[in-house]
Design a protein around this ligand. Structure first.
Ligand code: SAH
Ligand code: SF4
Ligand code: F3S
Length: 468
C-alpha cells in the first residue's frame, strides 16, 4: 500500500441478513486497516462484492457487476477486486477462470480473516480462500449501517439438507458462538446506544447443539431459549429479535420464553416452504403442514397479537396444481403478516436440481403471481388490525419519500411512518397512534408532543410515559 492518500473501499452486499452482518464486519476490518469508505464503487481502490447464490438470478447479478469492474481494472491495474460470500464459496477457482482480473475470492467462513487475505494480495498474490475453517471470534469492531439496530451472529452454517438449498454447501457446518461472546457483543452495543438486536442464524433453533455441555437428561445446556434468558437483561438493549426459525426444532419452551421476556418482540419468522406434505417430504424439511399449523396456533395461544412471517417456494420439482393449492390454503388459513415467496430455482450441487420432474418456467411464474396476490391481500388484512392502536415505534431513520416524517418499526416489525424530526427522535421509542394501514406499512401520529419530548429526556420510560 502507498503511504500517500488512504486507499478507498466499497462493499456491495447481496443476499440475506448473514451477508449483511458479514459485510459490516469486513468493513470494520478495512476501517481498522486504515482504508476509507467510498460511496461510489467506480471510484474505489478496493471493491468487494459480498455475493448470494440462493437462486440463479441472485448469482447472475454478480457477474454483470463484475464485468464492469474487470474492464476498469484494465485501465487501473492497482484496483483490488474481491468476491466474498456464497458465490465465491460455490464457484471458487471456476470464478477465477471466468474473471481472471479478480485478486481475492473468499468464502463466508473467511470474512473475519479479510485483513490477512488482503495483505497477501497487496504482497502480489492472487488468493482463493474457500477451505472450511473454524470461524474466528470477531477481533474488530464492525462498521454497522445503523446506530439504532444491530445484527449479532449466534450460529454460523447449517446442518440441514433441504434438497433445494445451497446454504449448507456454501456456509458449512453449524458453529455456535459462546453465550459469553454473544452477551459481550450485546453489552458493547448497549453502551454504544443501540436499542435493538437481531440474533442471527440460518437455523437459529440449532443454536448450541455443537457447544460442549449436555445435561443428565440429554438436553443441551445451551439452547436458543437459554440464550434468550441469558442475554435478556443487557443494559440499554430494549428489543430483541431472532431469525431464522426452523419448524422442525421450534419448541413450546421457546414460545413461553418469548411470551415471558418483555424485550423479545412478538414477531416470528418461520419459513414453511410448502403447504403440502408430499412436497415437504421431497424437500426433506422434516415436518408436516399439520405440525406447522400447531406451532402457529401455540404461538397465538401465548401471544394472540404475534406477527408471523415466513418463506415459501412455488414450483418445486413435481409440484402439482393440487399441491400448490395446499400452499395457497395454508397462506389463506394462517394469514401471514409477511411472506417472502420465490419460484424454485435449481442450484448446482443440490439433489433436487438433478431430478427429471422439473416444472416449466411459465407454470412457476404463474403460481408465483397467484401466491403473491393472496399474500398481499392477507398482509393488508393483517396490517388493518393495527388501525387505531397505540404502537411503540423505535425510530430508525427519515422516511426517504417524505423528509417531514421519520420511520421505525413496531414490535410486530411493521414499518411505520409519522411526522417528526429525526435528529430529536432517532433511537427513541415513541408511542404512535396508527391512522393508516397499507399491506406492508403503517402511518400514525405520535401520541402527544409531550410524549415525544418526554422520550427525548428519559428514553427508558418513553413508552410508559406516553401510554394513556
Ligand atoms: N434457513 C432458512 C432460509 C434459508 S434461504 C430456512 O431454513 O428456512 C432463504 C429462503 O430462500 C428459503 O427459505 C427459501 O424459501 C428460499 N430458497 C432457498 N433455496 C431456494 C431455491 N433453490 N429456489 C428458490 N428459493 C429458494
Ligand atoms: Fe437451507 Fe434448509 Fe438450511 Fe434453511 S434449513 S439454510 S433451507 S438447508
Ligand atoms: Fe444467499 Fe448465502 Fe444468504 S446464498 S441467502 S447470502 S446464506
Amino acid at each position: 500500500m502507498t503511504a500517500d492518500a488512504p486507499r478507498r473501499y466499497h462493499i456491495t452486499t447481496f443476499g440475506c441478513q448473514m451477508n449483511k452482518a458479514d459485510s459490516e464486519r469486513m468493513a470494520g476490518i478495512l476501517d481498522a486497516m486504515g482504508l476509507q469508505w467510498c460511496e461510489d464503487p467506480l471510484q474505489a481502490d478496493v471493491v468487494l462484492y459480498n455475493t448470494c447464490t440462493i437462486r440463479d438470478n441472485a448469482e447472475q447479478k454478480v457477474y454483470s457487476y463484475l464485468g464492469r469492474q474487470a474492464k476498469r481494472k484494465h485501465e487501473r491495474p492497482d484496483l483490488t477486486l474481491v468476491v466474498a460470500g456464497c458465490v465465491a464459496q460455490q464457484e471458487g477457482q471456476t470464478l477465477l477462470r471466468r474473471v481472471p482480473e479478480l485478486d481475492l475470492i473468499m468464502g463466508p467462513q473467511h470474512a473475519n480473516r479479510l485483513q490477512d487475505l488482503l495483505e497477501q494480495v497487496f504482497a502480489g498474490a492472487q488468493v482463493v480462500a474457500t477451505e472450511p475453517v473454524d470461524i474466528l471470534e470477531d477481533i474488530t469492531q464492525p462498521r454497522r449501517d445503523s446506530t439504532v439496530t444491530a445484527w449479532v451472529n449466534v450460529i454460523y452454517g447449517c446442518n440441514e439438507r433441504c434438497t433445494y438449498c445451497v446454504v449448507p454447501n456454501v456456509r458449512g457446518v453449524e458453529q455456535s458462538r459462546t453465550p459469553e461472546a454473544i452477551r459481550a457483543e450485546m453489552e458493547v452495543l448497549g453502551r454504544q446506544g443501540y436499542k435493538e438486536v437481531t440474533l442471527l442464524g440460518q437455523n437459529i433453533d440449532a443454536y448450541g447443539r455443537d457447544l460442549p455441555g449436555t445435561t443428565a437428561a440429554g438436553r443441551h445446556q445451551h439452547t436458543l431459549t437459554d440464550l434468550l434468558y441469558y442475554v435478556h437483561d443487557v443494559p440499554g438493549i430494549e428489543r430483541i429479535r431472532f431469525a431464522t426459525s426452523h419448524p422442525r426444532y421450534f419448541t413450546e419452551r421457546l414460545i413461553r420464553a418469548c411470551a415471558e421476556l418483555p424485550k423479545v418482540c412478538e414477531h416470528f419468522h418461520i419459513p414453511f416452504q410448502s403447504g403440502d406434505n408430499a412436497v415437504l417430504k421431497a424437500m426433506a424439511r422434516g415436518y408436516t403442514h399439520e405440525k406447522y399449523r400447531r406451532i402457529i396456533a401455540k404461538i397465538r395461544d401465548y401471544m394472540p397479537q404475534a406477527a408471523i412471517s415466513a418463506d415459501a417456494i412455488v414450483g418445486f420439482p413435481g409440484e402439482t396444481e393440487e399441491q400448490f393449492q395446499n400452499t395457497l390454503q395454508l397462506v389463506d388459513d394462517i394469514g401471514f403478516d409477511q411472506l417472502n415467496t420465490a419460484a424454485y430455482s435449481p442450484r448446482p450441487g443440490t439433489p433436487a436440481a438433478l431430478w427429471d420432474n422439473q416444472l416449466d418456467e411459465e407454470t412457476k411464474s404463474d403460481r408465483l403471481q397467484r401466491l403473491n396476490r393472496l399474500v398481499a391481500t392477507k398482509a393488508a388484512m393483517r396490517s388493518h388490525r393495527h388501525l387505531g392502536r397505540l404502537e411503540a415505534v423505535l425510530v430508525e431513520d427519515q422516511n426517504p419519500k417524505d423528509p417531514t416524517q421519520v420511520m421505525g418499526r413496531t414490535r410486530s416489525n411493521r414499518l411505520t411512518f409519522f411526522k417528526g424530526d429525526l435528529q430529536q427522535l432517532k433511537g427513541q421509542l415513541v408511542t404512535v397512534k396508527i391512522t393508516e394501514a397499507r399491506a406492508f406499512s403503517l402511518t400514525g401520529e405520535p401520541l402527544t408532543e409531550t410524549a415525544a419530548a418526554a422520550s427525548r429526556q428519559a428514553p427508558d420510560q418513553a413508552a410508559a410515559v406516553a401510554m394513556p
